[in-house]
Design a protein around this ligand. Sequence first.
Ligand SMILES: C[S@@+](CC[C@H](N)C(=O)[O-])C[C@H]1O[C@@H](n2cnc3c(N)ncnc32)[C@H](O)[C@@H]1O
Length: 217
Amino acid sequence: MNLPSTSPDRQLALKQYRLRSRFYDIELAVFEPIRRKAIARLNLGKGAAVLDLGCGTGLSFELLQQDIGPRGRIVGIEQSPEMLEQARSRVARHGWANVTLLNAPVEAAIIPFRADAALYHFTHDILRNREAIGNIVRHLKPGARVVAAGLTWEAPWNFLANGFVLMAALHSVTSLEGLGSPWSYLAEQVGEMEVTRSGGVYIASAQVPGGSGAARP
Ligand SMILES: C[S@@+](CC[C@H](N)C(=O)[O-])C[C@H]1O[C@@H](n2cnc3c(N)ncnc32)[C@H](O)[C@@H]1O
């Protein structure tokens, strides 16, 4: 556990996930229902291309693959080499030929095409970085679906939920800044978001202006 800084701290994040990479999948098991709901809100069609930002060990890939099929594409962007190594092993184990993994901070990643959808699953540090959001939004097609999910403060009287959020956040993000509405920088760039929240966890979704409402190629 590290003391949080006032904005995302790349070196601290690299250290945090170097240590966590081996046990990460077990730690995240409790959030699987949220992952399912978040990915369902992407409304992906067969053949869609999706960006998985801060993809970690690739825990979202299997659900994404079920929706997009072998003609679809996944680009996983992850700055931690240790987390990405786990993602690489997962891709090899499944024999997925349609996954591109980029070892880069999202803000500097060179993305090979414009995508139909973007997923930010428990990636608070990325969501609080306007440069990172800008790089993604520039690589989305009109009408692309965007979904973010993660931790958020509840009402001040909800001590139990906020205690859980604080403990989980100290373990997994480098800045508590913006935990009241983690999606706010994203909303600046994609427009109003539909937000559901419960027990210290939110899911926020939106559509990049100018499309049909489904993330389909
Ligand atoms: C809590 S994990 C979430 C991983 C995955 N999205 C999931 O749902 O299991 C957050 C991930 O974001 C990555 N990360 C944090 N800041 C990043 C950045 N600026 N660019 C790329 N990855 C970043 C971390 O290395 C870590 O793997």
